[in-house]
Design a protein around this ligand. Structure first.
Ligand SMILES: Cc1cc2nc3c(=O)[nH]c(=O)nc-3n(C[C@H](O)[C@H](O)[C@H](O)COP(=O)(O)OP(=O)(O)OC[C@H]3O[C@@H](n4cnc5c(N)ncnc54)[C@H](O)[C@@H]3O)c2cc1C
Ligand SMILES: *[C@@H]1O[C@H](CO)[C@@H](O)[C@H](O)[C@H]1NC(C)=O
Ligand SMILES: *[C@@H]1O[C@H](CO)[C@@H](O)[C@H](O)[C@H]1NC(C)=O
Ligand SMILES: *[C@@H]1O[C@H](CO)[C@@H](O)[C@H](O)[C@H]1NC(C)=O
Ligand SMILES: *[C@@H]1O[C@H](CO)[C@@H](O)[C@H](O)[C@H]1NC(C)=O
Ligand SMILES: *[C@@H]1O[C@H](CO)[C@@H](O)[C@H](O)[C@H]1NC(C)=O
Ligand SMILES: *[C@@H]1O[C@H](CO)[C@@H](O)[C@H](O)[C@H]1NC(C)=O
Ligand SMILES: *[C@@H]1O[C@H](CO)[C@@H](O)[C@H](O)[C@H]1NC(C)=O
Length: 600
């Protein structure tokens, strides 16, 4: 995109760092805190905020990245397209070569900045379905994780606000299921596109029981059909856990400290008797990359919130994991917990492009390929937060179940990995333009990404070496079985089918790829699939006495004291949708559990 020239001029206008967010170890007031939170990301900042509501509770957040303040890639919603990969606010991970992806290694972005992935993600806000949460309750043995019980936590997170363009939103969402007094802002899209009308018309013209029927609100527990997208945007700017849960009125609390550029290497066992239950109370970290290692003690608990890649990475570095595998790479085993890093689940995604009949102003193509037009769009955003940059990449979404008579279910009868009948197998993300480089020199396009929401493959996070600062090995194991391949193929077919509805008459000129047979489609998938960015289950919760799993339903590390995991990694299955809203809700409930446990 051609926006880079403008960044410097806009930097000065944005707010400076806040008092209790510090950059040096020596700026911390003491070496003792009640709680030390590892990772100031999506979940970590929620816990930091909630625990410091009690002024007597002292909390330290250790965050490897810096401040997002002034970085337009974290502020302008559509600049999510360039916040990652391979930027100063990304961990720059790549997967190991994926056999299911024709041996390609793919980028695996994760936010490395205050706010974590909520500062760099694509902003979509989806809770998952009632089926998803009722499965979490079932497999963890804790009714507290059920849809009904989690409602209050969704509402605590959410502050529903008007869209940037203040258009009338009646009939575009269901206000009765939303929170209007929470912390993190959520809104409908604030820049109208003609593509959005085509999808809503397609929905309006569909029978109520059709795949593409209109769904008033995908965050109501139901999701199936075509609906308007909800996203973490307020007044045309991104709402992240850094801008919301660490807004100045919270970050300025005297009992909350945030240390930036602090990368945690390990947590340490303070129980010197190796044969008794380990107890973790000490955190080891750098102050600036390559600096000396510091140590800090938590009087009550360590909260591990480094995300689905780095939480298991830190546990493994600390000798918590499968003892044999740890010793193979030269890490001393401290606590044998074989499930750490072992059940990685992530959504594969495949993107297709079509050349369409459209005017210059109908799609984002001109803005992406022409510097002058890009600059005009940025100026609009800068002047009064209007124009195409106020939104993420899609205004409508389709959550679709693959019908029982589809090829995949003929070949694999009785194999439906979805958690219930109201939950999608496939998510379609329609975008107005060829939004991914290389941008074509001419023409107007529609892009549709199809995400596989119910993968059965499980992968791993493991250690590359015994150096805690080496990136971990990330193996999502995408499309490693015939069922996942067959279900993904249905997703491509659904993306094509939706464009044959009458609402798209005269719109589509030609597809950019012409795979027709199943084998050709599979080859396209294997050559082009990427991540939908939703890894979970690497520190999964399981029932109290289960022989597998990493944390109990109260998120405490199994068989040890002093440490709890609170982030996406504890979810045992991917939700049917994007993961930030589930992570926010998990962190809100975890905060309640912690406060209750310590009576604070
Ligand atoms: C490019 C991208 C697009 C996405 N799009 C969407 C979307 O549109 N909608 C949606 O709902 N979800 C989306 N997601 C997923 C969603 O953002 C994540 O699931 C969610 O934010 C994860 O929250 P978390 O708290 O588990 O981890 P994070 O938010 O990633 O937080 C982890 C934090 O820990 C820090 N950390 C890691 N290791 C260490 C260490 N050793 N020491 C100190 N700090 C450390 C990190 O820097 C980070 O700040 C996207 C993700 C990405 C990367
Ligand atoms: C990442 O960016 C750097 C500098 O901008 C560049 O040299 C490098 O080739 C990029 N790497 C990848 C994998 O894109
Ligand atoms: C990621 O790559 C970018 C661009 O090359 C670089 O600026 C940044 O420091 C890298 N991040 C990490 C954590 O290595
Ligand atoms: C869809 O139907 C609703 C309800 O009848 C109507 O208000 C809306 O204008 C229609 N939208 C489109 C794009 O056809
Ligand atoms: C992975 O998760 C499944 C389902 O919860 C469970 O049965 C299995 O034991 C887990 N495997 C590991 C290695 O934790
Ligand atoms: C970019 O768009 C402007 C304004 O529409 C136009 O005048 C100019 O010729 C375009 N530039 C290129 C390289 O296409
Ligand atoms: C925003 O600014 C643009 C350019 O100055 C102007 O045309 C437009 O009317 C303004 N919109 C609003 C809602 O103020
Ligand atoms: C796909 O087919 C259409 C017509 O059927 C054609 O116009 C187009 O060029 C083809 N695209 C490719 C990449 O072969």
């Amino acid at each position: 995109m051609h926006f880079s020239v403008l960044i410097a001029s806009a930097l000065a206008a944005l707010q400076a760092c806040r008092a209790e967010i510090v950059e040096s170890f020596h700026d911390l007031p003491s070496t003792h805190f009640d709680f030390i939170i590892i990772g100031g990301g999506t979940a970590g900042n929620v816990v930091a905020n909630r625990l410091t509501e009690n002024p007597k509770t002292k909390v330290l957040v250790l965050e490897a990245g810096g401040s997002p303040d002034g970085d337009l890639n974290t502020i302008v919603p559509l600049f999510c397209l360039r916040a990652t990969p391979n930027t100063s606010i990304d961990w720059n991970y790549t997967t190991v070569p994926q056999a299911g992806y024709n041996n390609r290694a793919v980028h695996y972005p994760r936010g490395r900045v205050l706010g974590g992935s909520s500062s760099v993600n694509f902003l979509a806000y989806t809770r998952g379905t009632a089926d998803d949460w009722d499965r979490y309750a079932r497999v963890s043995g804790d009714y507290g994780w059920s849809w009904d019980h989690m409602q209050k936590y969704f509402l605590r997170n959410e502050r529903w606000v008007e869209p940037a363009d203040h258009h009338a939103t009646t009939g575009q969402f269901d206000p009765t299921v939303h929170g209007f007094t929470g912390v993190n802002s959520v809104s409908l899209a604030g820049f109208h596109t003609p593509l959005e009308d085509r999808f809503i018309t397609a929905a309006n013209q569909s029978q109520p029981n059709s795949k593409y029927a209109f769904q008033l609100d995908h965050n109501s527990g139901q999701q199936l059909g075509i609906s308007y997208v909800q996203s973490t945007i307020k007044d045309g700017e991104r709402s992240s856990s850094a801008t919301s849960y660490l807004a100045p009125q919270y970050a300025n609390r005297k009992n909350l400290y945030v240390l930036l550029h602090a990368q945690v290497s390990r947590v340490l066992n303070s129980n010197k008797n190796k044969n008794s239950r380990p107890s973790f109370d000490t955190v080891e970290f750098t102050d600036g990359v390559g600096g000396p290692l510091h140590r800090m003690q938590a009087k009550k608990e360590i909260i591990l919130s480094a995300g689905s890649v780095d939480s298991p990475h830190i546990l493994l570095n600390s000798g918590i994991g499968d003892s044999g595998a740890l010793e193979d790479v030269g890490v001393e085993a401290v606590h044998h917990l074989p499930s750490v890093g072992r059940n990685l689940s992530d959504h594969p995604i495949v993107t297709s492009f079509w050349l369409v009949n459209a005017k210059d102003t109908d799609t984002f193509d001109l803005m992406l390929r022409n510097e002058t037009v890009g600059k005009e769009a940025f100026e609009l955003w800068q002047t009064n937060r209007t124009g195409p940059l106020v939104d993420t990449v899609f205004n409508t979404v389709a959550f679709v179940r693959v019908p029982p008579d589809a090829d995949v279910f003929k070949k694999f009868p009785d194999q439906d990995p979805s958690p219930g009948p109201n939950t999608a197998h496939i998510e379609l993300v329609p975008m107005p333009g060829h939004l991914f480089a290389p941008f074509p020199d001419t023409g107007h396009y529609v892009t549709i990404s199809a995400g596989l929401l119910q993968p059965t493959a499980r992968g791993t996070i493991s250690l590359r070496s015994n150096n805690p600062f080496d990136a971990p090995l990330i193996d999502p194991n995408y499309l490693s079985n015939d069922f996942d391949v067959a279900l993904m193929r249905e997703g491509i077919k659904i993306a094509r089918e939706v464009l044959t509805l009458p609402a798209f008459d005269g719109y589509i000129i030609s597809p950019l790829t012409n795979s027709t047979t199943d084998d050709e489609i599979d080859e396209y998938v294997r050559d082009s699939a990427l991540t939908f960015f939703h890894p979970v289950a690497t520190c999964a919760m399981s029932p109290q006495n289960a022989k597998y799993g990493v944390v109990d339903p109260d998120l405490r590390l199994k068989g040890a004291d002093g440490i709890r995991v609170v982030d996406a990694s504890v979810l045992p299955f991917t939700p049917a949708g994007h993961t930030q809203a589930p992570v926010y809700a998990v962190a809100e409930r975890a905060s309640d559990i912690i406060k209750c446990h310590w009576n604070i």
